[in-house]
Write a protein that binds this ligand. Structure first.
Ligand code: PAF
Length: 293
């Protein structure tokens, strides 16, 4: 594993890979890596000669300054997890791969403010987009730059951020990025709680309380076989709001492609339930989603 901090070092590694006809996988992250990220990195190392893992807490996607300041920064531990994952994959496929960790400073990425505007309604204006103004614009700013710098054949994103994947797909189409976006399944703790960097700030009691989110979502998958969309939606919201320490911000049952709400189970081929819940005193904002059809 090689750790680089500048765009020119990253571009050198990418250009060497291209000259040698090697394939490149990109795993964009904001660090504080956990088993969910490890699954993306694992997959990229298995599928590409060279994997670029970016570790960058992108200021332009935070609409809350305290959230940005408090975001965990753990580069040493992140590199350790990446190295362990690399060794694991290399041992299982008996081939040596190249892994480049790109951990730039804010100045390196944004020497000038990025004034580009990305707008993909309704994908970026519903759910998270409606509640976190500017968030997806910031995501598109950094992801488009990472795509340009690392020139990947494949880019890997976790399905926990279901809406983010839809927005990035729209951005790729709009900006002419013509490579494969690889969505990777949510990795859950044994309790069912979706892995998230934010889980580290939950107290033990809050972490236990938060397990209700996935439990009730899984229960709703069963209920969706007999109840209507409206009944399932009400069940999830009421059941979670009944748990002390949890408060649902939104739970929407949507067409998995357009992200617009559905009224009936027959309204779309793929239907997803997307939820954001506040947990505990601070509170910590947790997201999750579940597939119904
Ligand atoms: O999902 C994330 O961690 C971030 O939104 C991403 C894609 C790395 C962009 O900063």
């Amino acid at each position: 594993m090689e750790l680089v901090h500048t765009i020119s070092e990253l571009k050198d590694a990418v250009s060497n890979a291209r000259k040698a006809n090697l394939t490149i996988g990109l795993v964009p992250t904001m660090g504080a890596l956990h088993a969910g990220h490890a699954s993306l990195i694992h997959r990229s190392i298995g599928e590409n000669d060279v994997t670029v893992v970016s570790v960058f807490v992108n200021p332009t996607q935070f609409n809350d300054k305290t959230d940005l300041a408090n975001y965990p920064r753990t580069l040493e531990a992140d590199c350790q997890l990446i190295e362990e994952t690399e060794s694991e994959v290399e041992a299982s496929i008996a081939v040596t791969r190249t892994v480049v960790v790109f951990a730039p400073s804010v100045q390196e990425i944004y020497p000038e403010p990025d004034t580009r505007q990305f707008s993909y309604p309704p994908t970026d204006s519903v759910m998270e987009g409606a509640r976190r103004p500017g968030h997806f614009n910031g995501v598109c700013q950094i992801v488009s730059r990472l795509f340009e710098m690392s020139d990947p054949d494949r880019a890997y994103f976790g399905e926990k951020d279901f809406q983010q994947i839809a927005v990035i797909r729209a951005m790729m189409h709009d900006q002419g990025f013509n490579f494969q976006l690889v969505p990777c399944p949510i990795v859950r703790e044994e309790s069912g709680l979706a892995m998230s960097s934010r889980n580290t700030v939950l107290t033990e009691k809050e972490r236990e309380t938060a397990t209700a989110i996935s439990q009730i979502l899984f229960q709703s998958q069963e209920l969706s076989k007999s109840l209507s969309v409206t009944e399932v939606q009400k069940h999830v919201v009421d059941a979670l709001n009944d748990v002390e320490g949890l408060e649902v911000e939104y739970f929407e049952i949507v067409d998995a492609t357009s992200l617009l709400p559905v009224n009936n189970w027959s309204d779309a081929e793929h239907i997803q339930g997307c939820i954001t819940v506040y947990c505990g005193q601070r509170p910590v904002r947790l997201i999750d989603n579940i597939n119904y059809r």
